[in-house]
Write a protein that binds this ligand. Structure first.
Ligand code: FES
Ligand code: FES
Length: 162
């Protein structure tokens, strides 16, 4: 018999109730609720495709049990930027051609967002380390790193003009 309970989280600013069994991952619970922008890759913490911001930290939702996040705030790729006003990271990924098939892109942008919140002026080594939990089969990574550098410049310019 599986025991279920209802947990309440905020996803992209909206209160969401998730009914989940004790063994259910946050990835499964959120995708079941329609948040299919969170990609499902390896389901064992290797690829980073399933990354979300959990109270501001990038986590692999496939390694996080839904029961453990009751009361937490979650941001998915859809919670970054707004319609008509893309986040500098989203713009930079487009401008540099850092997204090809796009499957890794939500997780990459989530990881990059967490990195830049923590370190607004990362070196290339910092960026490589910050994205080391995210795999991409298409781009060879160079353009992804360029996109994060470009977005970091834009964030810093925004900060200076604010
Ligand atoms: S699906 Fe979670 S790390 Fe790959
Ligand atoms: S763009 Fe295809 S996996 Fe990264």
């Amino acid at each position: 018999m599986s025991i279920e309970k209802t947990i309440t989280v905020k996803v992209n600013g909206n209160v969401v109730k998730l009914v989940a069994a004790a063994h259910r991952t946050l990835l499964e619970a959120l995708r079941h609720e329609g948040f299919v922008e969170i990609k499902c890759g390896c389901e064992k913490g290797d690829c980073g495709a399933c990354a979300v911001l959990l109270n501001g930290e990038a986590v692999d939702s496939c390694l996080t049990l839904a029961w453990h996040v009751d009361g937490c705030e979650i941001i998915t790729i859809k919670g970054i930027g707004q319609p008509g006003k893309a986040d500098p990271l989203q713009k930079a990924f487009i401008e540099t051609g850092a997204a090809q098939c796009g499957y890794c892109t939500p997780g990459m942008i989530i990881a990059a967002k967490a990195l830049l919140e923590d370190n607004p002026d990362p070196s290339l080594a910092d960026i490589k380390r910050g994205l080391s939990g995210n795999l991409c089969r298409c781009t060879g990574y160079t353009r992804i790193f360029e996109a994060v550098q470009l977005a970091a410049e834009e964030f810093r310019a925004e900060g200076e003009s604010a």
